[in-house]
Design a protein around this ligand. Structure first.
Ligand code: ADP
Length: 905
């Protein structure tokens, strides 16, 4: 801009039409009065100043103030003397001009007024927009004075005074300039004061706002400090927060894993619809709530445009779901220890710019809400943890109460601190008898071990099911399996040892019993020799189960014998010298088949002969040995160490069962061996026996044939007769042997058929004896008969013949030629036949088995025979309801007696 300008420190250069001195003074006085009004607002100061300047000192004036950043001079007031000029100035005055160029810059820089006598219209053009250039042709002002508005050493702006174009060549005189500067300075001062006043007022207002906010914040935080749950935090912060920040709506969501859950909302006309749309928000996607959570910073939306711009999708949803979506809102993350716990939304009814102090206030509110939320969560967690702990404790207490194992807590010195019902059950002491006292369950000889185990437990070495000996209150010994663990009392204090024990006494006992039985089974199975086996069985029970053990067997005649026994050094015996309780008890048990058990002291068990002076327990057991419904004998056990009980009894019975089986097996084995031996013997005899008659037969036939060949005439009828007699005898003998064999198989197969018919036994005897005459003659045996006159009955004739033949034949055969007596006696309802000889007799050992199959009392070398005759005879007699017996003495002779019942007529 080019202009003719000069600095006028010299006031004389101003024009002659300056106001008179009086006028000036009056003006100044007026200025002082007007500007001194302390209540003036800055705009009023400007207006007043302009009113003082125009029209007296200029045709128009413009007042400009430096902008806050010092870049601009803003037009704040103007005045013009005429309405036309006012319109012109209003139109043409730019709202602001640059402060760093043109005359104003000069004035501001120097702080001195500048007189511009002839303003170049071109320079004005530069100030104005092109569409206003047309107006400049009517613009008559070309002279102006620019004055600084000075206050406290700096220029606040400029006052431009335009001189009236009509006053041609008029210059501003010194007085006028001074007056103008004086007015400008006064105005500047007043402005400064007004500004200070305004600033002070604004500061006061800001302080009041801040104080109000503070009060509201305090109310909210005070309320928050009282609430204990996240839900209540949400209630308070939403309800009171909305009021405190002047919002229309408020919502609080809590973050739960990968989503946010709405806890509370307020101010929505349809909360349910809102809840439906925004009740659960996943954390991905575009949404101010989600952004606030994800970015952990507040999101400010100041206008609907900003919302549409930044969250277009949400904007659509909002307009669909809400009648009046809020034009401005903020989403504030609820932070605690760097974590986002939730988000708080406030929505406002008007678009708004969130000023820094308001933002700070909202953030502070959110901060307090975050803290309260964190507190509530902690509290809830703690309450939950407490409840869980209480539940765990309750459960633990129930377990301890219901535990089948004893649970005991002891101090490091063994003092009992806990004693559960199972401990009372197992050991017998009540809690009040043991609590606070040293554990009484440890036997004296185990105290050392107990202390060592406590020390070990203290070092963390626990027991894991170790079997220990303990005692009950009544002194009964116990076996327990024990587990220990070191525990730290929750309330502090020295460490304690927790022990759990299970009573394994019975288990151990039954294991031992099983073991014993298994061992016994092994021993019993090891041998089939009866004596040896029984001896071992007796020894098996001593000393683990008894001090003395006896094995008794019954003889065929019913007498009881002790066949094996075992004793400890001072084993218990009965008065009869047998293992206790002695023969009387054993016989009783064998007879009754009932086991007997006695417990108590010696007085209760007089059966036992004790050492002199011995006192205390004496207990015995006697169990029958039974097998296949037969009682073979009995086993006895006696001890002075403890009382036998039901378990011992059943163990003894089990052992007896097995022993009886073993004895039976041994017997059967023995019999089987005997039977095999007899069968083999029989086979050799049978072949010999069958061969002998054939050889004799063959001899006779051969000699007859040889005689016939040599000299047929030499075969006299006598010789032929003798030979044929031999042949006949041998054939008969052969036939008899074969019959015997056939009988055996018939009888064995149960096919012995009887055909009873009226029979006189004496006549029958006579008939049989007659048949023996050649034999008697041959052996030189005398036979004497003593026959009852009346001996009738109903019997099978052929079979009776067979029995009598066998008995007479044996008497002749084994009679050594001595006389044989056959006596038939008639009894009341039976007939008796006795066949008596004075021959070789039979050894006692053979007598019992004489009537068994293949049994022979003599060697086959001396006497032939199958050893079947007596067996067959017995089968026949017994089939007829009678019986056959023998009395014999070796070397003296034998008497066989048959008694046959006579059916009553
Ligand atoms: P055997 O055919 O062997 O005679 P038995 O069954 O009739 O068969 O007799 C069995 C055994 O009894 C005979 O082997 C014998 O040892 C003995 N015995 C039978 N009768 C007499 C008797 N009268 N005197 C002596 N021993 C006899």
């Amino acid at each position: 801009m080019t202009m003719a300008a000069s600095r006028h420190s010299d006031a004389r250069q101003f024009g002659a039409h300056a106001p008179e001195v009086e006028e000036r003074l009056a003006l100044l006085a007026e200025a002082s009065r007007v500007l001194a009004d302390a209540s003036l607002e800055p705009p009023a100061v400007m207006e007043r100043l302009c009113a003082l300047v125009v029209p007296l000192l200029g045709a128009a004036c413009t007042l400009r103030l430096v902008s806050d950043d010092g870049q601009w001079l803003r037009t704040v007031a103007s005045a013009a003397a005429t309405p036309e000029a006012r319109r012109l100035f209003q139109t043409l005055s730019p709202p602001a001009v640059r402060a760093d160029e043109g005359p104003s810059h000069e004035v501001l820089r120097t702080g001195e007024a500048l007189w511009v006598p002839d303003l170049d219209p071109q320079s004005l053009r530069e100030w104005l927009p092109p569409q206003q250039h047309g107006l400049l042709k009517d613009f008559p002002f070309t002279r102006m004075m620019v004055l600084p508005l000075r206050a406290r050493g700096r220029s606040l702006g400029t006052l431009t005074v335009w001189k009236d174009p009509a006053e041609a060549e008029h210059t501003v005189d010194a007085g006028e300039q001074l007056l103008l500067q004086e007015l400008a300075d006064r105005a500047a001062l007043a402005l400064d004061v007004a500004r200070a006043y305004a600033a002070e007022k604004q500061a006061r207002q800001a302080a009041e706002v801040a104080a109000g906010r503070l009060a509201r914040l305090q109310r909210v935080t005070a309320e928050l400090s009282r609430v204990l749950s996240a839900e209540r935090v949400a209630d308070v912060i939403v309800e009171q927060g909305v009021e405190a920040v002047g919002a229309a709506r408020g919502v609080l969501w809590v973050v739960e894993g990968d989503h946010a859950r709405l806890l509370r909302c307020s101010g929505y006309e349809d909360p349910e619809a809102f809840q439906k749309s925004f009740g659960r928000l996943s954390l991905d996607g575009d949404h101010p709530v989600k952004d606030a959570i994800r970015e952990a910073r507040p999101i400010w939306v100041e206008s609907p445009e900003a919302m549409a711009d930044r969250y277009p999708e949400l904007d659509v949803i909002r307009s669909q779901t809400m009648r009046a979506p809020s034009p401005a809102s903020t989403c504030l993350p609820l932070l605690a220890e760097g974590r986002v716990l939730g988000v708080l939304l406030f929505a406002f009814t008007e678009p708004r710019v969130f000023a820094p102090d308001e933002r700070a206030f909202l953030e502070l509110l959110a901060h307090h809400a975050g803290q309260a939320m964190a507190r509530a969560r902690l509290l809830e967690q703690e309450q939950r943890a407490r409840a869980e702990l209480a539940e765990v404790n309750e459960r633990l207490a129930a377990i301890i109460q219901a535990s089948p194992a004893s649970i005991i807590l002891v101090d490091s010195n063994g003092t009992v601190r806990m004693w559960n019902p199972a401990a009372e059950r197992i050991f017998g002491w009540k809690p009040e008898e043991v609590m606070g006292k040293v554990l009484p369950v440890v036997p004296t000889d185990k105290q050392g071990e107990f202390r060592r185990n406590l020390e070990k437990a203290g070092r963390g070495e626990s027991l894991g099911g170790a079997v220990m000996r303990r005692q009950r209150k009544d002194g009964t010994p116990l076996q327990v399996a024990l587990w220990t663990a070191l525990v730290q009392p929750s309330g502090g204090g020295p460490e304690q040892v927790l022990s759990m024990a299970v009573d394994v006494t019975e288990r151990h006992r039954s294991e031992a019993a099983q073991h014993f039985l298994a061992e016994a089974g092994g021993v019993l199975a090891a041998s089939l020799e009866q004596e040896q086996t029984l001896e071992r069985v007796a020894h098996l029970a001593v000393p683990s189960y008894a001090e003395s053990c006896g094995v008794f067997l019954t003889d065929p005649d019913g007498t009881v014998r002790c066949v094996a026994s075992a004793h400890e050094d001072a084993g218990l015996r009965s008065h009869d010298g047998h293992p206790a309780p002695g023969l009387v008890v054993v016989s009783r048990v064998v007879a009754s088949n009932e086991a007997e058990l006695r417990t108590g002291t010696s007085t209760d068990t007089p059966e036992c002969a004790r050492r002199p002076g011995a006192t205390g327990v004496c207990s015995w057991l006697c169990v029958p040995l039974q097998v296949r419904g037969q009682t073979l004998g009995a086993l006895t056990f006696a001890t002075s160490r403890r009382d036998y009980d039901a378990q011992d009894l059943s163990l003894a019975q089990e052992l007896a069962r097995r022993a009886a089986l073993a004895i039976d097996n041994a017997r059967l084995y023995h019999e089987a061996r005997q039977a095999i031996r007899l069968r083999e013997e029989f086979l050799s005899i049978a072949s010999h026996e069958l061969k002998t008659p054939i050889s004799a037969l063959q001899l006779q036939v051969q000699s007859l044939m040889a005689g016939l060949a040599r000299a047929p005439s030499g075969l006299t009828p006598e010789r032929l007769g003798r030979a044929l007699e031999v042949v006949d005898r041998q054939v008969k003998r052969q036939t008899q042997l074969i019959h015997e064999l056939l009988d055996v198989s018939r009888i064995s197969a149960g096919r012995l058929e009887l055909s009873p018919e009226p029979l006189d036994l004496s006549a029958m005897v006579r008939e049989v004896v007659e048949r023996f005459e050649p034999e008697l003659e041959r052996t030189g045996t005398r036979l004497e008969l003593s026959l009852a006159p009346e001996s009738l009955g109903l019997w099978d004739k052929l079979r009776i013949d067979q029995v009598l033949t066998n008995l007479v034949s044996n008497a002749v055969k084994y009679g050594r030629g001595n006389p044989v007596h056959v006596v038939v006696t008639s009894l009341e309802d039976a007939v008796r036949v006795e066949v008596r000889d004075s021959g070789i007799g039979i050894g006692e050992e053979h007598l019992s088995r004489l009537f068994h199959r293949f049994e022979r009392a003599v060697s086959e070398r001396n006497y032939g025979g199958f050893g079947l005759g007596l067996w067959i005879s017995r089968q026949i007699v017994e089939a007829m309801g009678g019986h056959i017996t023998v009395r014999s003495e070796l070397g003296v002779g034998s008497t066989f007696t048959v008694e046959l019942p006579r059916p009553r007529a």
